[in-house]
Design a protein around this ligand. Structure first.
Ligand code: CP
Ligand code: NVA
Length: 304
């Protein structure tokens, strides 16, 4: 039987997504209570990183250890992947040795090719196009703080990037309104927006996007791989910083999220990210651990 993969959020059904978030919250409580969970005993996760990471690497490695399994970090610098061994060959070889593989890479087509040739589940740990694991954590964080996302308004302010694309998928699956504010030339993928036109609005005005929003989200203005035109980007994004002034237009109980790493003084003000009445970024980062443990259990044992 072909394995289940998690390349985008839409590899889950909306019901599976909701159940997975519930399981993540349960795993968090159990972990804090000191329960010993061995659901992935003897299982091995391979972690291929072609881009840098703090949260993703640590949460997957710690998560696997907490479930009784283990993880192997694989960088292109010291594997044959970096010397040109085809993805298709690597996928088939690793499938013979590992139980599950996680990949952070550039083009989304690369992870799709890997998954096509893999006999074990493949998890997208960020591509240029999507970052679905981060959405699991963001959804869990919103649900923990405020409850169901159905019918709420989420404002995305900044670059139309991999995180925005995953928010678009989440809006469709969980039935919330997504307002995206971005400068001209930095819009999310047209086809994806067109597919979900009923849930998404695009504006040039951050104030319009955050008006009465329940949740305001931003991300770096220059994602990994876009460092070259950073100066041009800084100019294009002037006026898109999320700060207390902008948040004043959102609901009085609106939350602020950022997947991190954050660049204070650029996409977010220092005062806002440090304001614990608004900013839930540390919970959001912690929830990477719990949400991905739920994902690993789901893909490895078929439970959620
Ligand atoms: N948010 C996120 O994916 O962080 P890392 O790049 O540190 O993994
Ligand atoms: N959009 C960012 C997210 C980092 C976690 C990037 O791709 O670099």
């Amino acid at each position: 039987m072909a394995p289940r993969h998690f390349l985008t959020l839409t590899d889950l059904t909306p019901d599976e997504l909701k159940a997975l978030i519930g399981r993540a919250m349960e795993l968090k409580r159990e972990h804090r209570a000191g329960h010993d969970n061995r659901s992935c005993q003897g299982r091995v996760l391979g972690m291929i990183f072609e881009k840098a990471s703090t949260r993703t690497r640590v949460s997957f490695e710690a998560g696997m250890a907490q479930l009784g399994g283990s993880a192997i970090f694989l960088s292109p610098n010291d594997t044959q992947l970096g010397r040109g061994e085809p993805i298709e060959d690597t996928a088939r070889v690793l499938s013979r040795m590992l139980d599950i593989v996680m990949i952070r890479t550039f083009g989304h087509d690369k992870i799709e090719r890997f998954a096509r040739y893999a006999d074990v589940p493949v998890i997208n740990a960020l591509t240029d196009s999507f970052h679905p694991c981060q959405l699991l954590a963001d959804i869990q964080t919103y649900v923990e703080h405020r409850g169901d996302m159905r019918g709420i308004t989420v404002a995305w302010v900044g670059d139309g990037n991999n995180m925005t694309h995953s928010y678009i998928n989440a809006a469709a699956m969980l039935d919330f309104e997504l307002r995206i504010a971005c400068p001209e030339g930095y819009e999310p993928d047209r086809a994806l927006m067109a597919r979900h036109g009923d849930r998404i609005t695009l504006t040039r005005s951050p104030a319009e996007a955050v008006s009465d929003a329940h949740l305001v989200v931003t991300d770096t203005w220059a994602s990994m791989g876009q460092e070259e035109n950073k100066q041009e980007r800084l100019q294009a994004f002037a006026g898109y910083q999320v700060d207390h002034d902008l948040m004043a237009g959102a609901r009085s109980d609106a939350l602020f999220m950022h997947c991190l790493p954050a660049y204070r003084g650029m996409e977010v003000s220092d005062a806002l990210i440090e304001d614990e009445a608004r900013s839930v970024v540390w919970d959001e980062a912690e929830n990477r651990l719990h949400a991905q443990k739920a994902l690993l259990e789901f893909l490895l044992t078929g439970t959620h």
